[in-house]
Design a protein around this ligand. Structure first.
Ligand SMILES: NC(=O)c1ccc[n+]([C@@H]2O[C@H](COP(=O)([O-])OP(=O)(O)OC[C@H]3O[C@@H](n4cnc5c(N)ncnc54)[C@H](OP(=O)(O)O)[C@@H]3O)[C@@H](O)[C@H]2O)c1
Length: 410
């Protein structure tokens, strides 16, 4: 029986989880692929670290050792940072290897080039682990895209932010306390900027956009905000209104207009992402034939991510053609178009008491300095220009002011 030879770049949480899963699921892999999978080499940075790797596997700090292997079929990348990862994967493709990556930052920046190069060299690219960890959202979109027209994707894509918001609400913690809890539980890095400022979710959203819509919005036009503005008081008020703060990436296509935002929003009980708590991720896809699908599951962790990578291994070994996810360059470079704005419902929090003086449709005065208003985004932003202290969060879905007011009065 011939063998599939794999190299793993990086042997941290993801790389090691994948390595261990190849061993624990050897029989299943053999049954699906008809061939044995063998790890030929592992690339790491620090040779002194103790690692549980079989003696016959080459462990190296030099990528040339990987490229020079006599047989190499698949390169799995689980390193951090964009560089030198991108150049490693380019060389792997040029050598004729399928590639699999878990690295969303690198793939958001260079995925397009890698997909085009892979197409040229007739190899496949797996990137399931770049978005929402163990949830098979990439494969679901690849299948859905065949005939369905996706209209909107909404996702809780960062488990750290979701964990912090959940802890703040359930345990009445401040943002700083909830962040510390996330760090103590290993859900947040020592430097949490990428997670709490929305960069991580932004990269994932751009990868989803390319796959679901065949294009990305101009990155500068995407509204990106993290969760650092959310206070215990805001969470408390939202809770009393039957709403929850969630950090949600929204990518929407309306006519020819593609828009995206990655920011905290408010959702009510009827929204599919309302009950997604803790480190869980979820993605809600609206498309024209199937309607609405919600996928929920673990967004990170050793084995959930290994699950995504191992399923990608099967995918690439079946050598699927690279057709989806390729963005027409013309559309990436296209400037922003004039958007027709719809009126939305917002919770606004203002230190100024005289919000009534602004020309804005206030539908509810929730408490001192907090209002529910209906407005298009430009009106809210004008208000913000007049009052830099203003905080504003859209409420997704229907907001029933009458019944909420009745509840507040109780
Ligand atoms: N952790 C998750 O749950 C998760 C989920 C989805 C996606 N991801 C993504 O997967 C990637 C890996 O994450 P991780 O959590 O496994 O990271 P990690 O635990 O920090 O491990 C990173 C590994 O990469 C190696 N490495 C780093 N830079 C290198 C370089 N220049 N050359 C060779 N090796 C290098 C490190 O080597 P040493 O061991 O020698 O230091 C280490 O083994 C990241 O892009 C991450 O965003 C992670």
């Amino acid at each position: 029986m011939s063998v599939i030879k794999v190299a793993i770049l990086g042997f941290g949480t993801v790389g090691e989880g994948f390595y261990r899963t190849i061993q624990s699921h050897e029989e299943e892999l053999k049954a699906v692929l008809g061939r044995k999978v063998e790890v030929a080499a592992v690339l790491i940075r620090n040779k002194q670290k103790e690692r549980d790797i079989n003696k016959e596997v080459i462990v190296t700090t030099d990528f040339t050792d990987i490229l020079n292997l006599p047989q190499l079929d698949v390169v799995v990348e689980a390193i951090v940072d964009k560089d030198p990862t991108y150049s490693f994967l380019k060389k792997a493709i040029q050598r004729g290897c399928h590639i699999i990556t878990a690295n969303k930052e690198m793939f958001a920046h260079h995925g397009q080039e890698l997909l085009e190069l892979a197409k040229k060299h007739n190899v496949s690219v797996g990137y399931e682990a770049t978005v929402a960890g163990g949830i098979p959202v990439i494969q679901t979109l690849r299948q859905l895209l065949n005939v369905n027209r996706v209209q909107q994707v909404q996702g809780i894509l960062n488990g750290t932010s979701n964990f912090i918001l959940t802890e703040m609400r359930e345990k009445k913690l401040s943002f700083a306390e909830a962040l510390r809890a996330a760090q103590e539980n290993g859900f947040a890095e020592a430097d949490p900027t990428n997670d709490v400022e929305g960069f991580d979710a932004f990269y994932k959203a751009m990868i989803l956009s390319r796959l679901a819509f065949g294009e990305e919005p101009n990155w500068h036009d995407v509204e990106r905000a993290g969760i650092t503005s959310i206070t215990s008081k805001l969470i408390d008020t939202a809770e009393r209104l039957g709403l929850r703060f969630k950090h949600i990436a929204i990518i929407r296509k309306s006519g020819n207009q593609l828009t995206a935002s990655v920011k905290p929003v408010l959702v009510g009980k009827e929204h599919p992402l309302y009950h997604v708590e803790g480190v869980q991720n979820a993605v809600n896809i609206y498309s024209d034939i199937v309607g609405q699908i919600t996928l929920q599951g673990p967004g990170a962790g050793m084995f959930p991510t290994a699950s995504a990578v191992i399923e990608d291994l099967v995918y690439v070994c079946q050598n699927r053609p690279v057709t989806q996810g390729l963005t027409p360059t013309k559309e990436i470079n296209a400037g922003s178009q004039e958007l027709i704005q719809q009126e939305e419902t917002w919770l606004i929090s203002s230190l100024l008491k005289n919000v009534n003086n602004y020309s804005i449709n206030i539908i509810e005065h929730v408490e001192e300095g907090m209002f529910i208003v209906k407005a298009v985004k430009d009106e809210i932003e004008n208000l913000f220009h007049q009052n830099g202290e203003l905080l504003y969060y859209p409420i997704l879905g229907d907001y029933d002011s009458e019944s909420k007011l009745a509840k507040l009065a109780l």
